[in-house]
Design a protein around this ligand. Sequence first.
Ligand SMILES: C[S@@+](CC[C@H](N)C(=O)[O-])C[C@H]1O[C@@H](n2cnc3c(N)ncnc32)[C@H](O)[C@@H]1O
Length: 218
Amino acid sequence: MSFPHLDSITASSRVLKVLSDLHVEADAEGPYLNPASSLDKFVTLDTDKCALVYLLLRSTGARYVVEAGTSFGLSTIYLALAVGQNATVAGGSGKVIATEQEAHKAARAREHWARAGPEVEPWIELREGDLRETLKKDLPDQVDFLLLDIWTPMALPTLKLVHPHLKKGAIVVTDNVESAKDGYQELFEYIGQPQNGFKATSIPFSGGLGFYVYLGQE
Ligand SMILES: C[S@@+](CC[C@H](N)C(=O)[O-])C[C@H]1O[C@@H](n2cnc3c(N)ncnc32)[C@H](O)[C@@H]1O
């Protein structure tokens, strides 16, 4: 199976092989039904969304990223590749804060990152447990990018924890804002309140991809 979106990614053959292998595995799993039935599933971002997120991070030079949630760590590989490449170009530091509450998923994610190797693994800090606790402290002062790929009731609590750390111009991407829009009503209301400082649009990928830019008070 070939994955044309990988042409957009700068990475070694080792990393590209891991990405390709994991997408094959993810494609073989059944459709997402609900959280309870997805404990053994990647429920990963679609490939075009992975490429977009990687390119957004590269184009903005993002170096501090929060991912909610991580599952088996496939999307995290794209984030870490971009952060590592940006940090190397800038000659500075960078980090992806990944979050996963299921211990067996976190363990699988770590295995995948180890397989991907030094372009990926060193750039990830995985916080295991409920992100409503694990993101309460020790966030970077300036978060460049937040990937909200989480069960819908967790989206707003996550954003509220990360919001005070978002740098001006930070991007927040949220998956399935059309297909799961009923579950996102509180998030949409929060994003839409002018005092919260966001501007919003969406991208018509499958299920809809929410695209929010934090501009603060202008
Ligand atoms: C859609 S999946 C993430 C997929 C991943 N971003 C990818 O593209 O490969 C959502 C993950 O969030 C995790 N999750 C749900 N609620 C959580 C919480 N409160 N704290 C931490 N992780 C949570 C789930 O266990 C699940 O693995």
